[in-house]
Design a protein around this ligand. Sequence first.
Ligand code: PHE
Length: 505
Amino acid sequence: MTARGVTWTSALGFVLAMAGSAIGMGNFWRFSYVLGRHGGGAFLLVYLGACLCIGLPVLACEFAIGRRGGCNAVEAMPRVAGDARGLIRVLALLAFAGALLLLCKGFFLLAALLALLALAYWRHGWTAFGLLMSVLTPLAIMAFYSVVGGWIISYLLLAAKGQLAVSDAAATQALMETVLANKGAGPSGLVISSLAYFALSVLVIVLGVNKGIERCSKIFIPLVFLLLLAVIVRCLALPGALEGLKFLFVPDFSKLDNEAFLAAIGQAFFTISAGAGIGLAYGSYLRKDTSILGTTATIILMDTLASLLAGLAIFPVVFACGLSPAEGPTLVFSVLPLAFSTLPFPAVWSTIFFLALLLAALTSSMSLLEPATQALSEKLGIARTKALALVVPVPAALLVLTALSPLDYARVPWLGDFVSRCLKFPADSLFTLLDTLACSWLMPLSGLVILLFVSFTWGRESFVEELRRHHVKSDSRLPGIVAFLVRYVSPALVALAFLHGLGVL
Ligand code: PHE
């Protein structure tokens, strides 16, 4: 039991709940489009390396801090840090220097935001960092995640009505234009389906930590795996499917561009839900007798398996049907209708699949709302449902704007104007902006800070002690190895990827 008396009912419950957070649309929708964009096999290798050398240490750090803190995700780091403020002060100074640099380059609004952040770090220390990482980042993710959820709901309805069966690439492209880009119908279509998805997520979280999250995960994660296997078996038999396998598994390093490394790290963080405070929040409900390293490894293994299965289901169809793997965020939605159309009862298969995908996505969304809800409810001493009611307007408003700008700014030109003139952020839609901001910047940067926090603020000894707690073999060298990764290897790799992505290296 934790001080608050809420814990996962078992280690398995924890693993499944965290796997429920990890396995979601990131494994299907995001994994396939990012991998397709950055060249296939070579990217897959970098991504797997990032999961192991960066994702695993960061997630283990989050669980360890979360369990030691025993409180909400915003206050966990300040509580564990005690009076140590050295590192956060350095971060404040770096943020301030960044703000000056941006100012000189004419990015006024971004400079002001960064200066504000610097001030917040200086004055409020780790609490300010906790707020950015565990509240703002997940809520920003929630906005574009709900739009993908809206796409899934639309596809699910079409599938159930038997209208998803398409025979060629042109037909699936047309479907994408009307449903995903929301071009044909009135502006409200995607807004309504995204809001419906968001409302569903809120409903499940209202059911509470153990009941809602654990129960859903236990049922739906296995279902997603089973359905994927069925689709793979069928799709691998398609003529031309072999090209897809080659794309996925034969690395061609000439295809790795500058941004690929950062994109791979971003995808690793996104898919295992690291660097967004989820590990801190869930870790605080972790029982003392659960092995952190064992569960972290299991979660990452399950998640990687899901991504690989998704890749195996998607890329053979992409090549067999002559689609472009670099299509972008809509890739999986162009592919799946085609994939299902090759099966005997497409309506049945696709309905079950999109339903399972929807549920897998919901367990991730619940986790995205958890840190903010947990923090507010503990801080203000109010019930979780009340806290949730206070949280939801923020992502809801942002998601309406995102749903109006899914692939371009055509429906909201003033927003496009604002983004390009004031923010000067190179993104062709609000959707891409939030996706890039969260996955290529906020999550990897927060991950880097967590790694540094553990080594230089909390201290290696306390971290290793937390990892050893009820570790099966107390003389195991594993905690020491992970602490080494945390201190030297992982931060260096993240920093290198940033420098490479910015074109400095
Ligand atoms: N990991 C989830 C997915 O793959 C998304 C997510 C990211 C959830 C960050 C929580 C935090 O779909």
